[in-house]
Design a protein around this ligand. Structure first.
Ligand SMILES: *Cc1c(COP(=O)(O)O)cnc(C)c1O
Length: 230
């Protein structure tokens, strides 16, 4: 058995155990294998080993992989910062865009999706930790953004995404995950027409167990599957 296969099975096992331990179904937590800066060969191997969902951060790197690997055996998630002028490419290539954080970007994604007759699934990235260097919309502004974009016909708002600061100690991520869950629930309670946020994209290699305990439905894992990035 290849080491990638072992690692995928190990992580899937931990995801399942963690989900079950807090009364959730293992299949309600999606493993997104983050392959940024990893080779085509690594991605191909991961596909063969049963990873079905992939996260990429850089448009150019991602499109060259998707052109070769295709969309039949793999579902592609864009998880990097998206510039408005790259929205058209992202819409063409990705099933989900996790990092929408402005009206301008949402509007352009809607326009590009309309042009190719697609309903683009998106998540809204929230800057929970308010770090100046991080992308994402401030928590205070998220309701206004949802209000402004929820009537766009060619985007479907699926959920929220966050990236807490890196902590050695995963417990320290918990308050950030809990806040994102609360914002998600508050938005759903508001009953915007056509808005039902089912997904929370949160948790990475070091803190995904805590994220699942706090309601994550999409964990984005790179290092634990493929080793350190150079
Ligand atoms: C790189 C990256 C990940 C994966 O991080 P690991 O710590 O390697 O698991 C997850 N989410 C985003 C947005 C990333 O950029």
């Amino acid at each position: 058995m290849s080491s990638v296969k072992e690692k995928i099975e190990k992580i899937k096992g931990i995801i399942a155990d963690t989900a079950l331990s807090c009364g959730k179904k293992p299949e309600d937590v999606l493993l997104i294998a983050v392959t940024k800066k990893k080779s085509m060969e690594t991605v191909k191997e991961a596909v063969q080993c049963g990873a079905g969902n992939f996260g990429e951060n850089y448009i150019q790197e991602a499109t060259s992989k998707i052109d070769i690997i295709g969309k039949e055996k793999a579902c592609w998630h864009f998880i990097g910062h998206l510039q408005t002028n790259k929205a058209g490419i992202a819409v063409k290539y990705f099933e989900y865009i996790h990092t929408v954080d402005s009206f301008k970007l949402a509007k352009e994604i809607d326009r590009q999706a309309k042009a190719i007759d697609k309903i683009q699934k998106i998540l809204l990235q929230v800057n929970i930790s308010k770090e100046k260097t991080k992308s994402g919309i401030d928590a205070e502004k998220i309701f206004e953004l949802v209000r402004q974009i929820h009537t766009f016909e060619n985007i479907s708002i699926q959920g929220l995404m966050c990236m807490p600061p890196y902590f050695e100690e995963p417990e320290r991520s918990r308050p950030f995950f809990r806040t994102l869950l609360k914002i998600r629930n508050d938005i759903n309670t508001c009953q915007f027409l056509n808005v039902s946020l089912n997904h929370l994209s949160m948790g990475m290699s070091n803190d995904f167990k805590v994220a699942i305990e706090e309601g994550s439905t999409m964990v984005r894992i790179g290092t634990s599957l493929f080793g350190e990035r150079s």
